[in-house]
Design a protein around this ligand. Structure first.
Ligand code: SIN
Length: 230
C-alpha cells in the first residue's frame, strides 16, 4: 500500500455500489464497531416524512464489522462520496484502522451516522425495522434492495462475516416480502413492472436504468406493489 493513498472503508451500500472510480479494493474488517440499521434516509431509500433505514456503525467493544476498503483515485471520488454520504446521507467522517484479509492494517476513512444526525432513527425492535424497510423507497430504489444486496454481498464475498443484526434483518425482510406477496425482482430493481399490472403496481426503474442513483433526481410513485403471476 502506498502511504499517500486515501482508502475509504464501506460497510453499507458502498460494498455493493461504490459508484466511483477506485484503484484497488480489499475485503477486510474494522474493530470496535457494530453495523446497525439505525440511520434514517430520506434521499436514497426513503422520502421526507417516510424515511427508509440504512446502515451506520455504533461503537461496540472489540466487535468486528466486515466490508470493503477502496483506494481512491483523484479528487472526484472524494467529492462524490461527500455529496452522497454527508450532504444527502447525514453521515460524518472518521478514520479508523482497517484490517485486510492479508497484510498489515492501515488507516481508512469511513462515513458514520451518530445520534446528532438530522436523519438519525436509532434502535428499534428488528421486526419494526423490517416493516419500515419493506414499506420504504426513495430515489435510488427500494429499501429492500439496500438490505438484501448488502446481505448477499456478505454471503457471497465475505463468508467469514457473522453479522446477526444484518442477517436476521435479511430473513425478516424476505419473510415480509413473501407474506405480502410483493414482487422481489421488482423491489430489487431487476425488472420493469409488468404491462399487465394493475393500477396498484408501483413503477420502479430497473437497476440498470437507474443512472441517477444516489443523485436524488428520479421520483418513484408511492403505490403498492404485488407480483401478478410473474
Ligand atoms: C457505507 O456504505 O459505508 C456507508 C453507508 C451507506 O452509504 O450505505
Amino acid at each position: 500500500m502506498a502511504s499517500h493513498s486515501l482508502w475509504v472503508f464501506g460497510y453499507g451500500s458502498l460494498c455493493w455500489y461504490p459508484g466511483f472510480e477506485y484503484r484497488s479494493s480489499r475485503i477486510g474488517h474494522i474493530k470496535g464497531f457494530s453495523r446497525r440499521f439505525w440511520q434514517g434516509n430520506t434521499t436514497h431509500r426513503g422520502v421526507p416524512g417516510k424515511p427508509g433505514r440504512v446502515a451506520t456503525l455504533v461503537e461496540d467493544g472489540e466487535t468486528f464489522t466486515h466490508g470493503v476498503a477502496y483506494e481512491l483515485v483523484g479528487e472526484a471520488a472524494l467529492s462524490y462520496l461527500n455529496g452522497r454520504e454527508v450532504t444527502l446521507g447525514g453521515y460524518t467522517t472518521l478514520f479508523t484502522e482497517f484490517y485486510p484479509r492479508e497484510g498489515a492494517a492501515f488507516p481508512a476513512l469511513l462515513y458514520v451516522a451518530t445520534p446528532s444526525s438530522q436523519h438519525w432513527l436509532g434502535n428499534a425492535p428488528l421486526h419494526q425495522i423490517a416493516d419500515q424497510v419493506v414499506s420504504s423507497r426513495g430515489a435510488s430504489g427500494h429499501n429492500v434492495e439496500y438490505v438484501l444486496r448488502l446481505a448477499e454481498f456478505m454471503h457471497e464475498h465475505v463468508p467469514e462475516c457473522r453479522d446477526e443484526h444484518l442477517f436476521q434483518l435479511e430473513q425478516l425482510v424476505r419473510l415480509r416480502v413473501k407474506e405480502a406477496r410483493l414482487c422481489l425482482r421488482t423491489l430489487m430493481g431487476e425488472r420493469a413492472p409488468s404491462p399487465v399490472s394493475s393500477s396498484e403496481d408501483e413503477e420502479v426503474a430497473p437497476a440498470a436504468q437507474r443512472t441517477t442513483s444516489f443523485q436524488f433526481t428520479s421520483a418513484v410513485p408511492a403505490k403498492k406493489l404485488r407480483c401478478l403471476g410473474v
